[in-house]
Every structure is written in C-alpha cells, then in structure tokens.
Design a protein. Structure first.
Length: 99
C-alpha cells in the first residue's frame, strides 16, 4: 500500500492491468520492482510513458529506494533531465561510450 501511494496509484490498486493506462502500467511495474527492495534495479526507460510530473515523482521514488535500501539502479533513458538526477552517467552514441 505504501508503494502504491508513492506512485500515486492507491485508488487503482484493485484494477486489472487492462483497466490501466500505459503510464499507470509503467508506474505499477516500478512499484512491483521496488516492493521487493532489490539490491539491483534494472530500469529501461522507466519514465518513458509518463508526464513530466509523474516522471519527476518516479525519479524521486527511485532515489529514495536507493537511499533507504542501498539499491543500485542501472537506468537506461533518453530523458536528459532524469539522467541528471543520477549519481553517475555514461553516455553512449552509436554503441560507443562517449562520456
């Protein structure tokens, strides 16, 4: 329940996946991963289908998970603003590390 609240889906907790929007499904996927408090979280475009406000909330939530549980987050994104919130950024271009 805490994680659903943190991804702003408390009222949608009883809904089936087909009853959720793409963004809601993405937030559920993040919540499901986070509830297990993993040592490592692999996230491929975790905010790709979200509006700016929801994306910012997810970035904060992932940061909190990292702080609270020591979870290492490996994140792949095209979202420059999200990348700026990460501790370390590796930039790829045409399959090569450029920074």
């Amino acid at each position: 329940a805490d994680i659903l609240q943190r991804v702003a889906l408390t009222k949608r907790g009883k809904h089936k996946p087909h009853e959720l929007s793409g963004g809601e499904r993405q937030r559920v996927a993040i919540a499901r991963a986070m509830v297990m408090r993993p040592q490592v979280l692999l996230a491929d475009e975790p905010t790709g289908n979200l509006d700016r406000k929801s994306a910012a909330q997810i970035a904060i939530l992932m940061d909190e998970l990292q702080q609270e549980c020591g979870t290492a987050i490996v994140l792949v994104t095209h979202d420059v603003e999200l990348a700026k919130t990460m501790d370390q950024v590796i930039t790829l271009s045409d399959g090569k590390i450029i920074s």
